[in-house]
Every structure is written in C-alpha cells, then in structure tokens.
Design a protein around this ligand. Structure first.
Ligand code: ZN
Length: 507
C-alpha cells in the first residue's frame, strides 16, 4: 500500500518530465523565435515544481514508509531499485542549490547568444569572458556535487554515473593505440569514390528515404514521427510516443542518412522499454529531470551508434536496401552500384567536425574535446588558450589544419551552454556499441537476419537483453547482463580494423 502511494507520486513527477520533453521538442521543431522567452520561463517553472515535489516532506514520508514496508525484498526487485534511485536523485538535488542552477541557465542563455555571434564572426575573444564564467560555474557545480580526485569526475558522473577520468584515460589510450596506426595506413591508400554523395538530391525525396529506412530498421511510426531540424535529436515523451528529427542538405546525401539512422537507434531503444515501466523512475532521470529509458547517456549513445555504424554502414545493409535510395534517386545514382555506394558512404575522411565524422576518426574528434574541457576544468589550460590548443590537438591527432575558429573551437554548442562532461559519452557509446553488437551477432538468428538486411531478430535480442529493462540497472550492470563483460575496447578496435583493412585493401 505504501509503495503504491509512492509510485503514484513518482508517476506524477515523471509526467512533469514528460511535459518538459514535449515543450523541448516543440521549441526545437515548431516554435517561432518569439516563443523563446515564454518557453524558458515555462521550463524553469516546471523544473522547480518537479524539484520541489522531489524534495518536499510528502515525498520523504512516502519514501520512508515504502522503504520500511519493502525492506525484506531482494535488492534487484523493482520496488527496491525504485527506492534506491529515488534516494539518489533526491540526494543530488539536495547537494545542488537551486540558486546555482538558475545562475547556470541564465548564463547559458546569454552565452549561447554570444556564441552565435562569435561563430558568425569567427571571433573567439568576444566569447572568452562568458566562457570563462561558464567553466567557473561548472567547477562550482562539481564542488557542490562532490568528487574524490578531480572536479571533472563530478561533471562526468552527471551524464555517466560511475565513470571516472581514470577510466576514460584507459579507454582513450586503447582507442589511440588501435586507431592511429589504422588511420595512418588508410591515408596511404587511394580514397574510394564519394563524388556521387554530393549531387542534387531534392529534400522532399530525402524525407521519403529517411522514412523508408526507418521502417526497415524497425522504427515504429505508429508510435513516432519525424520532423526537420538543423541539429538532429531524438526525444521520448513515453515509450509509445518517441520522436526523431533529421537534417537535410540538398547537395549532400550524408547528413540525412547518418543522422536519421543514428536517431532511429535512439528511438528503437525507447520503443522497446517494457510497457510496465511507463510512468516509473525507470524511464526518467529524476536527477537531471530528463526522460530516457537508458541508464546513462553513453548507454543510449551506444545504441544509436550500433544502428548508425554496425547496421547502417554495413555492406549487407546496402546490398539489401540500396534499392530504397535508387528508387528515389535513379538519375543521380545511375552510375553507382550498391558496393560503390557502401564504400563511399563508409569512406574515412579526417575532417574538422565531430558531427558527421566517419567511424575511424569519430572518437579522435571526441578525444580532442574531452582532453581540452578536462584541462580547463583542472586549471591546466586557460580559456583564452583554447583556440590554439584546439588547433594543435586537431593537427596532432587527425592531421587536419583548422582554418578559423568558426570551424574549430567555436563549432560546438556544448561549452557555451554549460554542457561540460557530456562529450565522453559519445566514445563510451562507440565502444559499447561494438561490444553489444558482437554479443548479439553470436546468436545465429541475429547474424542470419543482419546478413540479409532483416533486423527483426536483432531488435528482439536487444529488446530482451537490454532495452526492456529501461533504467533498472546501472550502465555497467546492463552491459554485463547483455554481453557478460564490463568495458572492453577490443571488439570495437577489432571491428574497425577488420572492416577498414578490407575496404582499403591494407595488407
Ligand atoms: Zn546520439
């Protein structure tokens, strides 16, 4: 009885989070610019209502009553997991003063506007003062949360609970050792044809392509929808209303293809959460007040990367489904067969951005950002020296010369909006994607399906081992349950080497 009273209270808070997701989706897809002021106040009000509900005496009373009534249950029962996660979320809110969050969101709004201008003019110095305040505030936030060795761990932990800088050092060390020699070998070889990706592809037809590919992957459009945006994202209001977005470039086919497959991966995760977890803490991060059916950002990213790379960039996918693209763009692709398309689509092209980077250079792009933000947080690097450090790292790791700050240190929205500590999850996601896909492929039904472009068995496997649990298990525990192992970069490095040594005919 006491537990169901607590569950009802949690359901109301989860509903508030769902409403915030609707408002966020609207703000990023439909809202006219004039709506920004009102929307930011609406979001702030909902945030404080949700936070107050979490921290008030009623919740505390219900929590204690439910805790003592369920104390004899095993710890892996959903009641016990719910109580433990709710206590963690409340403890996090207690450590972070509301006043700090208000200052943080005000600074983020002001700095975002400055960033837009600075980016237009490639003028880092006009942003530097605000960015310095942003990093100061991130340190203040880290101090409020608490940490053992470095404030960066506190920030990482917000998005990737349990992850540490030391753990990241190990992962990135192994990735560099595995990827840099491969990248050097690829650079020696002739590049595959990619010219055909830069022809004129009418956007109306690209939209249809994105829809058809979503259907092939298993994105359920009776419980989803696709809208146009500049910067694509996925958002779940609930497991039965999971929306994705795609971005289009009329003269370049890559953005629509990669972003839609990526966001479909996120959406398929959400659509497979067990229906019994609707309106529970297992589909919302009540610490960050964000709706998600995955235990961490990195775990969620692992599934978008799994679909983007292991499915969408696979030879078997294009052998089976190239007809979708050919039907819509028969003229543009008249001189291109499925294998040529796959090679071009997979081509390794060290570039300036993280968004849209190929598989081999993607995590090196991430490393540049993680290294620099951590160095600033730990006061080993001054904000004013970021442009120079950025350009040096890009040259060093990727061999590219950054022509200006707009295409360099000013390109990402993360730092200006205070999202410091989130980049790492992209690389953690790549590593886990390979672990999970390798484990899934050991099932003969999964590998037979993937070989002919049928992902029913793959979705079944992922749903059963991972997605249906929502946030019940920590990232590490969820990974262990799905693959039998904890973090392991070996499957990822092996996968990239096998694919690209073959594609580039490296002996
Ligand atoms: Zn993603």
């Amino acid at each position: 009885v006491s537990y169901s009273a607590l569950a009802r209270r949690v359901a109301t808070i989860v509903d508030l989070v769902g409403i915030m997701q609707v408002l966020t989706w609207d703000a990023r897809t439909q809202m006219p610019p004039g709506g920004a002021w009102g929307r930011s106040h609406q979001m702030a009000s909902l945030t404080s209502v949700a936070r107050d509900m979490l921290l008030d005496a009623t919740t505390a009373r219900l929590l204690d009553a439910a805790d003592s009534d369920t104390a004899t249950l095993p710890e892996d029962r959903i009641e016990r997991q719910t109580i433990a996660q709710l206590r963690d979320a409340i403890a996090l809110h207690r450590r972070i003063p509301a006043e700090l969050l208000t200052r943080r969101s005000e600074l983020a709004a002001a700095t975002h506007d400055l960033w837009v201008e600075a980016r237009k003019n490639s003028d880092f110095s006009s942003l530097a003062g605000n960015l310095e305040q942003t990093f100061d505030l991130a340190r203040e936030l880290a101090d409020a949360i608490g940490y053992e060795t470095t404030p960066y761990d506190a920030l990482l932990g917000l998005y990737e609970p349990g992850s540490t800088s030391a753990g990241l050092d190990a992962i990135f060390g192994e990735l560099c050792a595995g990827l840099l020699p491969l990248l050097a070998d690829i650079a020696e070889k002739p590049a595959p044809r990619t010219d055909f990706l830069r022809r004129k592809f009418p956007i109306e037809r690209q939209r249809e392509m994105v829809r058809r590919i979503g259907v092939v992957l298993g994105y359920d459009l009776t419980r989803g929808r696709i809208d146009d945006v500049i910067h694509p994202f996925e958002v779940a209001f609930d497991r039965d209303d999971v929306r994705v977005t795609a971005s289009y470039d009329e003269n370049w086919l890559m953005p629509a293809l990669t972003s839609s497959v990526h966001e479909n991966g996120h959406a398929i995760y959400e659509q497979h959460v067990d229906p019994s977890l609707k309106r529970t803490i297992m589909v919302a991060d009540l610490g960050l007040l964000y709706g998600t059916g995955g235990p961490s950002y990195g775990m969620h990213e692992s599934q978008s990367r799994l679909f983007e790379n292991h499915v969408g960039r696979s030879r078997s996918f294009w052998q089976a489904h190239y007809a979708i693209v050919c039907d819509l763009f028969a003229e543009q692709l008249a001189d291109v067969d499925a294998d040529t398309f796959w090679r071009g689509f997979s081509a390794v092209m060290p570039g300036l951005t993280h968004f849209g980077a190929d598989e081999v250079t993607h995590d090196l792009q991430v490393l540049v950002r993680v290294d620099l933000e951590r160095a600033v947080i730990e006061r080993r690097l001054a904000v004013r020296d970021l442009p120079e450090a950025w350009n040096a790292r890009m040259k060093d790791l990727l061999g590219v010369t950054v022509p200006n700050d707009t295409q360099g240190v000013l390109q990402d929205v993360h730092w200006p909006t205070g999202q410091i500590g989130t980049f790492a999850n992209y690389a953690v996601g790549s590593v886990m994607a390979a672990q999970v896909f390798t484990a899934a492929s050991a099932d003969p039904a999964v590998s037979a399906g993937c070989a002919v472009g049928d992902y029913t068995a793959l979705r079944g496997w992922l749903g059963d081992k991972l997605y249906r649990h929502g946030r019940r298990y920590s990232r590490r525990e969820a990974l262990r349950r799905a693959t039998g192992k904890t973090d392991d970069t070996a499957p990822y490095i092996a996968y990239l080497n096998e694919k690209y040594r073959d594609l580039y005919a490296i002996g």
